[in-house]
Design a protein around this ligand. Structure first.
Ligand SMILES: Nc1ncnc2c1ncn2[C@@H]1O[C@H](COP(=O)(O)OP(=O)(O)O)[C@@H](O)[C@H]1O
Ligand SMILES: Nc1nc2c(ncn2[C@H]2C[C@H](O)[C@@H](COP(=O)(O)O)O2)c(=O)[nH]1
Length: 213
């Protein structure tokens, strides 16, 4: 039996994940699972010194996402309720593979698999891509102080890592539907028509999948 749709909005930092997932949740009346960022005690320290703080930060993100998906994701799925999230659990690996090295990376990989292998995985991914200039402009617009120390090369590397990760999911999970949005061209914030095109496409996919559940 297929599960009711679990939708994840993904993309590099500043792509518009939280914005788009919140808009879609409201438009389609879906419950939303949202990342908690402001209370993260390690992010500021991490951007000041990645090597020193990466393990603590990656573990913090992993444990929080695990707990959130365990508490709410599993509950919605078991009630046959479609749900949208502003992250995919695989995001942890995208970042950790970039920020961790050696023994810590090996340990992290093991813990990641132990915690996440039996979690429900999204079967629809909305992947927002955008150019470096667009991402930088949106990060600046958001104005989080701790992100001022972010290195541009780090963000550029993450953009490539995201492309690679999405290509790998497309190959290894052909049943997962990936909708790619060009965030430089499609403006779901300013252009209602463009937002409605995305919302209608998602509504149709949810409808199709519910019928097969
Ligand atoms: N399409 C868009 N056009 C203009 N501003 C946007 C757009 N998408 C997001 N933003 C703004 O960019 C910033 C980052 O968006 P956010 O949703 O927090 O990104 P993410 O969750 O991917 O890091 C926010 O200030 C948001 O209001
Ligand atoms: N090293 C990691 N950093 C992460 C991870 N998830 C999010 N983040 C950072 C990136 C941003 O500064 C901030 C919010 O993320 P958004 O993508 O929502 O803008 O947190 C992670 O797993 N590892």
């Amino acid at each position: 039996m297929t599960q009711p749709p679990f939708i994840a909005v993904e993309g590099p930092i500043g792509a518009g994940k939280t914005t788009l997932s919140s808009m879609l949740a409201e438009e389609l009346n879906l419950p939303i699972i949202k990342e908690i960022v402001e209370e993260n005690p390690f992010l500021g320290k991490f951007y000041d010194n990645i090597d020193e703080w990466s393990f603590q930060l990656e573990m913090f993100f992993l444990c929080n996402r695990y707990k959130q998906l365990e508490d709410t994701g599993v509950q919605y799925i078991s009630q046959n309720q479609p749900v949208i999230s502003d992250y995919h659990i695989y995001k942890n690996m995208i970042f950790a593979e970039r920020t961790l090295k050696g023994v810590k990376r090996d340990k992290y990989r093991q813990i990641y698999h132990v915690l996440t292998d039996d979690l429900p995985k999204p079967d629809i991914i909305i992947y927002i891509r955008a150019s470096l200039d667009t991402l930088l402009a949106r990060i600046e617009k958001r104005g989080r102080v701790f992100e001022e120390a972010m290195d541009t090369a780090y963000l550029e590397q993450l953009m490539a890592d995201y492309d690679e990760a999405m290509a790998s999911i497309a190959l290894s999970e052909p049943e997962t539907k990936i909708i790619t949005i060009d965030g430089d061209i499609i403006d779901f914030v300013e252009n209602r028509e463009q937002f409605h095109t995305i919302a209608s496409q998602l509504k149709e996919l949810i409808h199709e999948r519910i019928q097969h559940t």
